[in-house]
Write a protein that binds this ligand. Structure first.
Ligand code: ZN
Length: 191
């Protein structure tokens, strides 16, 4: 699938289930609307999540309940929803640490698609762009307009303020947010 097709699919889900606010707050509505059951499972290995069907056909998303970073957990659930909404043909469906990478570097094409879907679902382009730009404009002192090049200077302070607000709003990790902003051409990170 192309990135554009994946974005369109994520936008459809947002239109249907997320009238406002962060998509991570609507995981329950999305799953009940699509008749997917959710389970947290206790496991110690690098397994993070799975989208699968039981023998009776019931769809399940299961997530490792030892994930302590909320952003990572949200990204994992959004990633599994990606496998469902993108109608991926999965072998056994288990996704591990190396599959669910928030910075777009997963090796497997199917996993990269699910990661991009998660990124689009959690941080919709139009919302992130306008939120980021309005926050940036409030920090005029830095003489930055519509692009933030984060370096070891005053821009670092600006980034800390904007970054923590956006992470909270969208329920994402630092890595996921940085990658999204870079990919949208809004910010660059020198370190
Ligand atoms: Zn996966």
């Amino acid at each position: 699938m192309t990135s554009e097709q994946i974005k369109i699919k994520a936008d459809e889900v947002l239109t249907k289930y997320v009238p406002r606010g962060g998509a991570y707050k609507k995981f329950d509505s999305i799953m009940s609307g699509e008749n997917i059951k959710f389970k947290s499972v206790a496991t110690k290995d690098s397994f993070l999540g799975i989208f699968t069907h039981a023998n009776n056909g019931q769809a399940y998303i299961m997530v490792n309940d030892t994930i302590t970073n909320d952003g990572r957990r949200n990204f994992t659930i959004a990633h599994e929803l990606g496998h469902y909404f993108l109608c991926h043909e999965l072998k056994n469906g288990q996704c591990f640490d190396a599959d669910i990478l928030e910075d777009g570097t997963a090796v497997d094409a199917i996993e990269r698609e699910a990661n991009y879907f998660a990124s689009c679902l959690l941080m919709p382009e139009s919302k992130v762009r306008s939120a980021f730009l309005s926050m940036l404009q409030r920090s005029r002192k830095a003489k930055v307009k519509d692009f933030l090049n984060v370096r070891n200077d005053v821009t670092w302070g600006i980034w800390c303020g904007i970054g923590s607000e956006l992470k909270k709003r969208y329920g994402v990790s630092d890595a996921a947010l940085r990658y999204r902003l870079s990919r949208l051409g809004l910010a660059m990170f020198s370190f």
